[in-house]
Each structure stands twice: as structure tokens, then as C-alpha cells.
Design a binder for this molecule. Structure first.
Ligand code: ADP
Ligand code: ZN
Length: 436
């Protein structure tokens, strides 16, 4: 099903025309309301009237997270304070939080785009939907919440924490949908198993997972343990929050809400735009935002964009999975390593649970990588609590990691439940090199 047929399935030429008109308007608005952008545009000798089509986007300056930090807290806000009805702050995974203000119209656009996502996942007015993203400064909780209400389904604002109570509510209220981080979905499955609640005792059928990178293997794992179908949802607070892109039933990439957020892929080194089909850094321009519109915001997320009509009927550009962030890419002995690569190796081993930690260190001027991973409960109960099978598993995992990453990693297989769990975004890496 499609929430907004007119926008989601708009013929490409018409969409580009709409994007061009909106781009001109937003540049004009920023020129007159945000000194930071006016100065930048003047330095580059660009006037709002020079921007007449979406192709002109390449003339515009980039915006970085550092620009947001330098202008903390309100420097990039375009709307007057009296028009702003809500503030969020990014979770600050990689530094100080960023403050984002939303006008009433912005919150409306957000709810509209969230409703598009949920409808693509098959959520209807008949669903009872648990929002288990954190409520508060993080955009996940309230963002999805408003989308569920706008769609007309019922929302259960569970937030994170008190997972056992959450499991009881899922069971007793016959909750049919859930939104949370993929790592929290696994934690929920673990908690259910501990409580003796099987997937047949609950009614979950659809899950909206995002806010952190995850893999196809993780999808299979969550789907089989919770008995639902899992969909990818992507977003970031600087641009809006969850709703920027979403999977459809085809699950071959995530459709971008392109009438509001214009995506580009650029080479992260040269900043040259790259064609569809080539991986690079994802860049977004907000086309309709009033509170804090951004031009060519560098997300630091690495992915690939695809065009072409999808079998679901939507015409919008699709994003591949996030391959990593330019800033979470580890360089170990000169080799680029993404935690997601390690994760896919771990999940390809049936003995390993999807809980792991990468510890990077420097010993005698040489980088070292240690991968800690938990063995699955069922294997642990069947002999994996002794040294021999554990050592064998460690050797096998090390060999697989070597072939995928091209570096030697030390593997430590741990007992179930020993690595720290996260209820929000997971922390997969400890880089001790930075601390020295
Ligand atoms: P931050 O983590 O930068 O403080 P946010 O809380 O706004 O800020 O998180 C946005 C980031 O979360 C994105 O830039 C991306 O790296 C990650 N993210 C969000 N959704 C997904 C997803 N579906 N897959 C992978 N990564 C995601
Ligand atoms: Zn589709």
C-alpha cells in the first residue's frame, strides 16, 4: 500500500521540476534568514535567482557537522523562535549534540513522511504499534510516534527501559508492530526467551528498525526470533529524524522522500558528485524545511543510490544499506575496516551470537584488533563451555575475518550475556589508540 500516491509515484520529470522550484525557494529563504548561508553564497558569488533547476544544486556550498557545532545552538536556525514548536538534539554518537528546531509545518511534514514509511511496511489503522525508540531529545521516539498517530494506528509509547514490562504488554495487548533499534530488537528477543515467552505467544508481525547500521543476517535473526517481518528505516536529526527513507515490500533499497529531502552521493575526499550506482558519502538538501533547512549536508554515511522505478510502483530514488560512516571507519594498519564487515562474518557463524565488540589498540607501534563475541546459549549448553570447541571456534573466526578484512584479528569467544547490552544505539568499537 502507498500513503501518498501523488508524491511517492510522481513521474520523474515532474518530480525534478518540483525539486527545482523548492530548491530555489529554500535558497532564497536561507539567503534572507541565515547570515551563515548568505555569507557563504556571497563568497561564491551565487544569488538565489541563479538557482532555477535541481541541476543547479552542484553550485551550492556543502554544510558539515562542524558548521552546526560552530553555530551552536541557534546560528543555523532560519525560523524565528516564535515559529518553532519543538527542539531535538542529535544523540551525539560522535561529539557534541546538535540542536534542531522544528516549526509546526516541519512536524507536519515529518508525520506525513513517517506515515509513508509505516504504510510501506504494511501498517494500517488496525495495528497497535509499540514505539521502543527512546523518547526525549533523540528523534526516534517522538518522530515515529507522530507518524503512527497521523496514520491512524494506535501507538503504545513504550520507549526503552523496563524490557520485561514491555514483553508483558506485547503479549497481553496483542501488539502487532514495533519500532526500535535492531540491537534492541535482539535484546527484546533475549529477554522474551529468559521470561519463557515464545514468539507464538505474541502477535508482532511488522518491525521498523533503524538508527544504526544492521545487516541482512541480522534481519533474518530478528525475524525468526520475534516472528515478524523487519523493514529498514533511515533518518538523521539534522535533516528531520526517522522518515528520510524506508524500505517497501520489495526490500531492494530504501525509498527516499525526495520531494522533501534531496539526496546526492559525493566522493568524500574530492566532494565530486558521483553517479547513481557508485558508493560514496550521502549528502542531503532539505527542500521544504522551515526551522533549520540545510544545503548539501554531509551525513558522513557511506552508501549507494539507485534510480529506476521499483516493482512496488514508487518512482523515488533508493538508498542501499549504510555501509558505515566516514567517521566510524577504522584504519587498522592502514587498512579500512568497518564494524559492519565484522558483524557479517560473525553472523555467518551459527555458533556466534549477534553480540560483539571490537577493541583496537596499539602495541609496540603496531595496531591490534581484538574481536570479542558471545557464543550462542544453545551451543554453550552443548559443550561450548569447555576450552577445546571454544579455541576451535576462535581459530575459524580468525581465519574468516582474515579473508574478509585482510588483517589478523585476535578473537575472544565469550560466554552468553557477558558483553554489555545497549537499549539505544549500540557501541561496537572501543578504540584505545585515541585515548593515548
Ligand atoms: P548521531 O548518531 O549522529 O548523533 P542521529 O541520532 O540523528 O545522530 O543518528 C543519525 C545516524 O544514525 C545516521 O546518520 C546514520 O549513521 C545512523 N542511522 C540511522 N538510521 C539508520 C539505518 N537504517 N541504517 C544505518 N544507519 C542508520
Ligand atoms: Zn519499492
Amino acid at each position: 500500500m502507498i500513503w501518498n500516491n501523488n508524491k511517492e509515484c510522481m513521474p520523474r520529470e515532474q518530480m525534478r521540476e518540483l525539486q527545482g522550484k523548492r530548491l530555489h525557494k529554500i535558497v532564497d529563504y536561507l539567503y534572507h534568514n541565515v547570515p551563515f548561508y548568505r555569507d557563504k553564497l556571497q563568497q561564491m558569488d551565487i544569488k538565489p535567482e541563479d538557482i532555477t533547476s535541481i541541476d543547479d544544486i552542484v553550485k551550492l556550498p556543502f554544510t558539515t557537522k562542524q558548521d552546526l557545532r560552530d553555530n551552536y545552538p541557534f546560528g543555523l536556525q532560519a525560523a524565528p523562535q516564535s515559529e518553532v514548536i519543538r527542539f531535538h538534539a542529535s544523540s551525539g554518537t560522535t561529539g557534541n549534540p546538535t540542536i534542531v528546531g522544528y516549526t509546526r509545518k516541519d512536524v507536519g511534514v515529518w508525520s506525513e513522511c513517517m506515515s509513508r514509511c509505516l504504510t510501506a511496511f504494511g501498517v494500517t489503522r488496525d495495528d497497535l504499534f509499540s514505539v521502543a525508540y527512546g523518547y526525549g531529545l533523540f528523534t526516534g521516539g517522538l518522530g515515529v510516534h507522530y507518524g503512527v498517530e497521523n496514520l491512524g494506528a494506535a501507538v503504545l509509547p513504550t520507549s526503552t527501559g523496563n524490557t520485561e514490562k514491555h514483553v508483558r504488554l506485547l503479549r497481553d495487548l496483542h501488539v502487532t508492530g514495533i519500532a526500535c533499534t535492531p540491537s534492541y530488537a535482539l535484546y527484546l528477543a533475549e529477554t522474551m526467551e529468559k521470561m519463557g515467552v515464545t514468539k507464538d505467544m505474541i502477535n508482532l508481525r511488522v518491525g521498523a528498525f533503524g538508527a544504526e547500521p544492521w545487516t541482512e543476517n541480522m534481519r533474518k535473526e530478528i525475524e525468526s526470533r520475534l516472528g515478524l517481518k523487519g523493514y529498514n528505516i533511515y533518518g538523521l536529526s539534522e535533516i528531520m529524524g526517522p522518515c528520510v527513507s524506508y524500505e517497501c515490500s520489495e526490500q531492494n533499497g530504501s525509498h527516499v522522500c525526495e520531494d522533501h529531502f534531496f539526496p546526492e552521493i559525493v566522493d568524500p575526499e574530492t566532494l565530486e558528485p558521483l553517479p547513481y550506482g557508485q558508493p560514496g558519502e550521502l549528502v542531503f538538501t532539505t527542500l521544504t524545511k522551515e526551522g533549520m533547512p540545510l544545503l548539501r549536508y554531509r551525513t558522513r554515511d557511506l552508501c549507494t543510490l539507485y534510480d529506476g522505478t521499483c516493482a512496488c510502483g514508487r518512482t523515488s530514488v533508493r538508498m542501499g544499506r549504510i555501509l558505515g560512516r566516514t567517521d566510524d571507519m577504522l584504519i587498522i594498519r592502514g587498512i579500512n575496516v568497518f564494524p559492519s564487515q565484522v558483524e557479517s562474518v560473525i553472523l555467518s557463524m551459527p555458533e556466534c551470537a549477534p553480540h560483539f565488540l571490537l577493541v583496537v589498540d596499539r602495541v609496540d607501534n603496531l595496531d591490534t584488533l581484538t574481536v570479542q563475541v558471545e557464543v550462542r546459549q544453545e551451543y554453550f549448553a552443548q559443550g561450548f563451555d569447555t576450552f577445546e570447541p571454544i579455541f576451535k571456534l576462535e581459530r575459524e573466526l580468525a581465519a574468516k575475518l582474515r579473508s574478509v578484512l585482510s588483517i589478523n584479528a585476535k578473537v575472544q569467544v565469550k560466554a552468553p550475556g557477558t558483553l554489555e547490552r545497549s537499549q539505544g544505539k549500540s557501541k561496537f568499537v572501543i578504540d584505545n589508540r585515541i585515548l593515548k
